[in-house]
Design a protein around this ligand. Structure first.
Ligand code: BEZ
Length: 401
């Protein structure tokens, strides 16, 4: 830090590390509050390297946890504000059909527990049986005991338009976005934070780490701890629609694992920002898991695609089971599947100088999580209920050395 007549000056108010959706949202809300922000991104904003890869995400409110549904709805309102300010459409309301049987807790909660949540929120939904699911939607040969829940609020997120909108607004609010910059280490002390780059150090009052699956090398080098996550290289592919008269919904199937493979599948409707004439179907599982993102393979494993194709052949109508456009995204999973959204743990020097948001299925929450990061940076607290995302909860951090 430099000193001018005893007044400390910083290069910027807040440094953000990570130009994925969460980092860009955090930058935007800080800049809107008049804070100066430098955002460092290792690749480029909207890169295919991390958790924001590809074109589609679910804005899903069907949650087992009441508080998560509340937060998802609040995030939806913020998506709409971003739509208005950027004049870009981000959410395409298509509804969500969850169906299958009640299972033990999965990364997406369970099939039936969201009903109580929707009742509490006074949101309407429709319950279907096997026959009505198969009549209304392009599924076949479902087990007799399958139940469906359709809720109309849920939407498909246009990932690329969301990046365009956020980059546009960040530029409008003078966020200094610096791409292709690797942050080596962060130091937190009574003066604030020092961000060490390859050949330069940048000073700030606070830092926000929105580093997703790439968090651990920086955390380990800087603060001698890691997040206890396992990274899934999640694979997806697109399948040609052969019967255009069918109504492909946004959907999620819950069932118990079969032959030791996951029986959780999901799909998206045919949307103009996906692949024209194709829909995306995938298994909610990954055969390739690891803790160090540098060992990812990029190419989908055959088994992940095969079980998806088998599902399509056995249970879907109006689709050709030959995949096109296979791809992968990295998703970091903590043992309870939830995100971390908090300051650093207590053992870190001046722990409130640094905020982290990482892991979990967070895309749908992004504007709200970004806003909460900005509140934690400016005020050291948030008015939202974020205890579920505490860094101090059980099994979240591993101290190193
Ligand atoms: C989710 O909304 O959390 C989700 C949707 C599809 C696959 C995995 C997660």
């Amino acid at each position: 830090m430099s000193y001018i007549k005893n007044i400390r000056t910083y290069d910027t108010d807040v440094v953000i590390v990570g130009g994925g959706i969460i980092g860009l949202c955090a930058a935007l809300y800080l800049a809107k509050k008049g804070k100066s922000v430098i955002l460092f991104e290792k690749y480029f904003c909207g890169t295919q390297e991390g958790s924001s890869a590809e074109h589609l995400r679910m804005w899903r409110t069907m949650y087992t946890e009441y508080n998560h549904a509340v937060l998802a709805y609040k995030a939806g309102d913020l998506f709409k504000e971003i739509e208005q300010e950027s004049n870009k459409r981000l959410l395409h309301k298509k509804g969500l059909l969850n169906f299958g049987v009640e299972t033990s807790y999965t990364p997406e909660g369970t099939l039936l527990t969201p009903l109580e949540v929707y009742d509490k929120l006074e949101k309407k939904y429709t319950i279907l049986n096997k026959k009505t699911i198969e009549k209304k939607y392009p599924f076949k040969n479902l087990p007799e005991d399958y139940i469906g829940i359709f809720q109309e609020d849920n939407a498909v997120i246009d990932v690329r338009s969301t990046f365009d909108a956020l980059i546009q607004l960040n530029k409008m609010y003078n966020v200094d976005i610096r791409e292709n910059v690797n942050v080596e280490k962060i130091i937190s002390d009574s003066n604030g934070v020092e961000i060490q780059l390859d050949k330069q150090t940048v000073t700030a009052k606070k830092a926000i780490l929105a580093t997703g699956p790439f968090s651990n090398s920086l955390l380990e080098k800087s603060f001698a701890f890691k997040l206890n996550f396992l990274i899934w290289e999640m694979c997806f592919s697109y399948y040609r629609i052969t019967d255009n008269s069918l109504n492909f919904p946004m959907w999620f199937q819950f069932d118990k694992s079969h032959n030791n493979y996951s029986n959780l599948f999901y799909g998206f409707p045919n949307v103009s920002f996906g692949r024209k004439g194709f829909i995306r179907v995938a298994v909610d599982w990954a055969s390739n898991t690891f803790t160090d993102p540098s060992v990812r393979e990029y190419v989908p494993r055959q088994i992940d695609i095969k079980i998806t194709q088998d599902y399509i052949r056995n249970h879907m109508r109006g689709l050709d089971a030959a995949p096109i456009d296979m791809g992968c995204a990295l998703i970091a999973h903590l043992p309870d599947n939830h995100s971390v959204l908090d300051s650093m743990p207590n053992h870190v020097n001046y722990n409130r100088n640094i905020i982290i948001c990482a892991a979990g299925w967070a895309y749908k929450f992004a504007p709200l999580f970004g806003k909460i990061c900005s509140e934690l940076a400016i005020e050291n607290e948030s008015s939202e209920k974020i205890e579920d995302f505490s860094i101090n909860r059980k099994n979240v951090i591993i101290k190193c050395g």
